[in-house]
Ligand binder design. Structure first.
Ligand code: 6R9
Length: 564
């Protein structure tokens, strides 16, 4: 058995130094600073590992395509050279709008090499979210495909005067000819063909902007969290120690690059470690996913609770037909991971699913269940070494640290870790509101047990206030998920004239269960039994599926104000 990368958690915490971690990155030659793309790609080529695979791209319509670190270096150099020729300068922002394909990844790396800032737009966004993000982010260049351009960008182009260049990736399969590009767009293939294979990364200040990630937020305009090149320190350390990644590993992060996980852990972390990252272009499909895990011999798999619940819903059949001898570590992020899903990992793969917690703003994993420590089902785990966490309550402009074993409070992190966001672009006051007394306030409500494990209770703003009790929706969901009829559930506070809010739940039933009153009564009884009357849902509505944000988070607010 391959031993865990982090053997002694307590000792790692005691001896942790971000300075030492910084020193394990190569840095640009001749002390010219620190650039994420150099750490992720060029460094491995210089170290003699250019022939290792950096990416394996899978898709139904094209053959499996493997890209070595040398090839990736050359391709990203071409993109960097092409961008510089177009006049892109440090501080400019280059966006992509496309699905999970090679061109997205080389644009990201090429942009970083050119010293500009990269931002990925989720390809399923409609025109309005795209417009809002390009505007807030002051995009200068957008790289997309002809079909996405016509469907989603053309109609908003006039509203984006700062957008100087649109570069189109023409699909060799659909074969759109280069000379028919619309609206002065440039051809991606032509401009990178014309650029040289070598590129010298300009001196890069570790504190200069690198990545811009938008976070959805259930209210207000999207927030663009800006990260700097130094974030690479956290990407490397967490990739290695929280995800247990090693250079010889095949690794699959199922998140789309349109979300922070798909960039931090789908691109940056695995490449900095020097592993091989799988990228599947297709949407979720249970059989296909089990196939990839098995046939690509994935060692480390980073996914999301929603995906796990979808796999669970498809039953044990598809997994049972396959073998996964190479799989060593499974982790998830993005939403609460229910204990049933942790156990599903053991039943299906012989491995528990390890929950990890972080946010767009934190840039990297902050709390995790580590391979070497006890995996506590239902808990998010313990702070990553070097991260100081606390449970607090806001008191005006200052904070009170609460006794977290007694009561829930807001999760706060002592500010100063390398991948901390540096601002919300165009919204500095929103940024300042996230900090008090030297702590970053996460907006998540948590509890901490006597072993130092953190337990998710809910979003600060999602907490249900019912008859004077503060009820965490996740605590309710976790218990409802235990019932064999429940495939997915969301609990939320429904406005109530007497109790202020009552606990309500929407349930998606497993195949084989009917949305009838007997099942409803049984679920209500289960809730009362397991949670007690103050916490149990009083109302249950059946839905075919839950409304989710495109990144997979349940839209509680939408349910709260619906009449269902
Ligand atoms: C990486 C990512 C952040 C929010 C976060 C919290 C929720 C993330 C979680 C979790 C419960 C976990 N969240 N991990 N909730 N357990 N292990 O998802 O970033 O899109 O910014 O979302 O997601 O509410 O505050 P982002």
């Amino acid at each position: 058995m391959v031993p865990p990368t982090l053997v002694d958690y307590d000792s790692a915490c005691r001896h942790w130094s971000w300075e030492t971690e910084r020193a394990s990155l190569a840095g640009l030659p001749l002390g010219r600073g620190l650039n994420i793309a150099h750490e992720a790609v060029d460094r491995h080529v210089t170290d003699g590992h250019g022939d290792r695979l950096a990416f394996v791209f899978l898709s139904r319509s094209a053959a499996r395509r493997a890209i070595t670190y040398s090839q990736l270096a050359a391709l990203s150099n071409r993109v960097a050279g092409a961008l510089v020729r177009l006049g892109v300068q440090p501080g400019d922002r280059v966006f992509t709008l496309m699905d999970r394909r090679l061109e997205l990844y080389i644009t990201a790396l090429g942009t970083l090499k050119a010293g500009a800032t990269y931002s990925a737009l989720f390809s399923s966004f409609g025109p309005e979210p795209i417009r809002a993000r390009l505007e807030i982010g002051k995009a200068r260049v957008l790289v997309t495909t002809p079909s996405l351009y016509f469907r989603k960008v053309k109609s908003i182009r006039d509203a984006l005067p700062r957008l100087e260049q649109v570069i189109l990736v023409t699909d060799p399969v659909s074969g759109e000819p280069h000379n028919e590009l619309p609206d002065h767009a440039l051809s991606f293939a032509s401009i990178i063909e014309a650029a040289p294979e070598s590129f010298e990364i300009p001196p890069t200040d570790p504190q200069s902007p690198a990545l811009l990630h938008f976070t959805s937020g259930t209210t207000g305009t999207p927030k663009g969290a800006l990260h700097v090149h130094e974030a690479a320190v956290v990407h490397r350390a967490t990739g290695h120690l929280a995800l247990d990644l090693r250079p010889e590993d095949v690794y699959w992060c199922t998140a789309d690059p349109g979300w922070v996980t798909g960039i931090s852990y789908g691109l940056v972390a695995p490449l900095i470690v020097g592993a091989t990252a799988i990228v599947d272009r297709e949407d979720f499909e249970a059989e296909r996913w089990y196939d990839i895990l098995s046939s690509e011999a994935v060692n480390v798999w980073y996914t999301a609770p929603t995906a796990i619940r979808m796999l669970r819903r498809s039953g044990p059949g598809p997994a049972g037909k396959r073998h996964f001898p190479q799989l060593r570590h499974i982790a998830s992020v993005g939403e609460p991971l229910d204990p049933e899903s942790v156990r599903w990992g053991i039943e299906t793969f012989g491995l528990p699913v390890h929950d990890t917690w972080w946010q767009t703003e934190t840039g990297g994993i902050m709390i995790a269940n580590f391979r070497a420590t006890d995996n506590v089902p239902g808990s998010m785990g313990r702070p990553f070494p070097g991260i100081e966490a606390a449970v607090v309550r806001r008191r005006g402009r200052s904070l009170e640290i609460v006794d977290a074993s007694e009561q829930a409070g807001e999760l706060a992190l002592r500010s100063g870790w390398p991948s901390m966001f540096r601002t919300y672009v165009g919204a500095p006051s929103r940024y300042r509101e996230c900090f008090a007394d030297g702590w970053y306030l996460s907006g998540d409500l948590v509890r901490r047990d006597e072993n130092g494990c953190y337990w998710f209770v809910g979003r600060v703003d999602d907490a249900i206030q019912s008859a004077g009790h503060l009820v965490g929706p996740f605590e309710v969901e976790r218990v409802m998920m235990e019932h064999p009829a429940v495939a997915d559930v969301v609990a939320f506070g429904k406005p109530d004239p007497i109790a202020y809010e009552i606990v309500a739940a929407c349930v998606v039933l497993k195949t084989g269960y009917e949305a009838v009153d007997t099942v409803r009564l049984e679920l209500l009884a289960h809730g009362r039994r397991r949670l007690g009357p103050a916490v149990a849902p009083r109302e249950i509505t059946f839905l075919p599926e839950l409304p989710k944000t495109p990144s997979g988070k349940t839209l509680r607010r939408l349910l709260r104000h619906s009449d269902s």
